[in-house]
Design a protein. Structure first.
Ligand SMILES: [Fe+2]
Ligand SMILES: [Fe+2]
Length: 405
């Protein structure tokens, strides 16, 4: 049965009829007001800038606190090890619990600190279109990570045989924690937009995700790509949260915390696979983020992105702060914790899938075995880092044996 946290997490009471007469087919599309009105609102936002930056910092400090990030990694472990029916079981492992927010209480007055309401709606529409193709994303990751890091692949989605089997047998396609958490985002954004501008957004999405295969090159590119997406999402939604109050803030903050959970897990996975090369990780994400910037053309009104200098400044500040706090935490997570989290065999039942031929099954088993050998031997780490980490592991192993005697 699918997780229904998405439906339960916010409630909507019947709302008043829109002020403007609308045809049933009319849908919201982002458009900017006149130049003069635009500059006036940018000026207003600039006056609030110091306060907004302080709020962004406060949100990052709270949501990137070491205890919160540790809990995110622990939830990954819980997803694989705590099975429903075995007590004590925390449903939070299946999808992060959201703080209740009331949609009908949300209105334009909840957009604060100088940001124009149309601009908040535009940002949310951009986010909604990026979030929407979740079925494609979950299959990208399920297939992409199946050999690189199987525990992560299972946490994020289904591999090709599993996805095909679900589609042909009309089974639920979204059975991973990552998918259950992500699939609620685009709907939440659509509903918030409708509350802010009094008209529902168009769901005809110009965003088309690419295909990802499980080969090493694709999988490595995909893990950097996913980290970049989670980093961008966390940072830009933090800017939205800094400009929101009341139930709007609560709802946006729920999404922010989901994204931070994904960012912390993916960053730990990257550290486990490639070693603690924090600057290289950050540089890879920045390079990919800049390269992906052209994708704004695949979003409705995407050319408006980057046209508000104050918003751009807030976005850069949020990106820098999230990177700083995340890196500080990553340095505290020891290799033995990462090995336990990512290598302990999952207790989850296997997902239904087409049975491969015996030759293909032998090939899969061999690729999985070699993949684990490569990870445990830290084969992708730089030689210096690897020697140091393996020596430390040997020392810890000897010490544990001595203590047991
Ligand atoms: Fe998301
Ligand atoms: Fe995410």
């Amino acid at each position: 049965m699918l997780n229904t946290a998405s439906e339960d997490s916010f409630s909507e009471k019947p709302t008043a009829a829109p002020n403007r007469p609308l045809t049933p087919t009319q849908r919201y599309r982002p458009t900017a007001p006149s130049r003069a009105r635009r500059w006036l609102s940018i000026l207003r936002q600039a006056m609030w800038l110091p306060k907004t930056l302080l709020t962004i910092h406060r949100i990052v400090r709270e949501d990137f606190a070491p205890a919160a990030l540790d809990e995110n990694l622990w939830a990954f472990w819980g997803f694989h090890q705590e099975i429903a029916g075995n007590e004590p079981y925390d449903p939070h492992y299946r999808a992060r619990t959201w703080q209740k927010a009331q949609l009908s209480a949300i209105g334009p007055r909840h957009v604060i600190r100088g940001l124009a309401v149309w601009e908040m709606a535009f940002m949310m529409n951009f986010a909604m279109e990026s979030e929407e193709p979740i079925m494609d994303y979950t299959q990208q990751s399920g297939e992409g990570f199946r050999f690189l890091l199987p525990a992560l692949g299972r946490f994020m989605g289904k591999n090709e045989e599993q996805a095909r089997y679900s589609a042909e047998h009309r089974l639920p396609w979204c059975e991973s924690a990552w998918c259950a958490e992500e699939r609620r985002h685009s709907n939440a954004f659509a509903r918030m937009i409708a509350r802010l501008v009094n008209i529902s957004p168009s769901r005809e999405n110009p965003n088309q995700p690419m295909d990802v295969t499980a080969d090493e090159h694709d999988a490595i590119f995909h893990i950097i790509n996913r980290q970049t997406s989670e980093w961008n999402a966390s940072s830009s939604y933090i800017v939205m949260a800094a400009h929101a109050t009341g139930d709007l803030h609560i709802l946006v903050r729920n999404i922010v915390r989901d994204e931070i959970k994904h960012l912390s897990i993916l960053s730990c996975a990257y550290s486990y696979l490639f070693g603690p090369r924090f600057w290289k990780r950050l540089l890879d994400c920045i390079k990919l983020g800049v390269a992906n910037y052209h994708q704004r053309r695949n979003r409705s009104g995407g050319d408006l992105l980057g046209s508000n200098p104050i918003l751009s400044l807030e976005g850069v500040a949020a990106h820098l702060l999230t990177a700083l706090y995340l890196t500080k935490w990553l340095k505290t997570v020891p290799l033995r914790a990462l090995t336990t989290v990512f290598e302990t065999p999952s207790r989850l039942p296997d997902l239904a899938a087409f049975t491969p031929s015996s030759e293909r099954q032998a090939e899969i088993d061999e690729t999985l075995r070699k993949g684990q050998q490569k990870r445990v031997g830290l084969a992708r780490w730089s030689p210096g880092m690897r020697e140091f980490a393996l020596a430390e592991r040997r020392f810890e192993g000897r010490r544990a044996t001595d203590l047991r005697r």
